[in-house]
Write a protein of this length. Structure first.
Length: 180
């Protein structure tokens, strides 16, 4: 990533699209697919900014409040004959948690299963879990909160303007020590 300003500019455009299309006049499967696709692209853009030294420590430390549901029983959640989320996760006993921005991005980019929930004529929340977490937790994210956390990275104030690096023997590379 040569210059993050252009990435942030595109990210702002994607977020505006998500805000405009969160509410709908008439629900259609195509609208849901387009919304899901844009959300995944935004998550990929944010993760790309995070994986390179283009984000300051304040933005990097932002977290998303979520609800999580523990996996119950020994039956796996599979692509064929998945059943319902209520059969595999303890929906009756939700827990509050906070996820880092990279964890949120990974849940969306590597999702194994996703279900959106509407309220009136708006996408309200989503239940999602990645292929890695499918035997542990399902997460519920409010769409408004997702757009909010991703907006942090679209803002130019999230850009790193001063960075220090430190050698990491295990990685055999320099890692960001401080990004302001």
């Amino acid at each position: 990533m040569i210059e993050s300003t252009y990435w942030r500019q595109e990210l702002r455009a994607e977020l505006m699209w998500l805000k405009r299309h969160r509410k709908y006049r008439r629900w259609s499967e195509k609208q849901l697919v387009l919304f899901e696709r844009r959300l995944m692209l935004v998550a990929f853009q944010v993760r790309s900014l995070l994986e390179r030294p283009k984000v300051n420590d304040d933005a990097r430390s932002v977290r998303l409040r979520a609800i999580r549901y523990k996996k119950i029983g020994n039956k796996p959640f599979t692509l064929v004959g998945t059943g319902f989320s209520e059969d595999r996760f303890d929906i009756a006993n939700p827990e509050t948690t906070e996820l880092s921005a990279p964890d949120v991005c990974n849940q969306l980019i590597h999702y194994y299963w996703m279900q959106t929930c509407s309220e009136g004529t708006a996408f309200k929340s989503m239940l999602v879990f990645s292929d890695y977490m499918r035997h542990k937790w399902a997460y519920e994210f409010l769409i408004e909160d997702l757009i909010g956390i991703f907006s942090v990275f679209a803002d130019e104030s999230s850009a790193a303007t001063s960075i220090s690096f430190e050698w990491n023997d295990r990685k055999q590379d320099y890692v960001t020590q401080d990004a302001r």
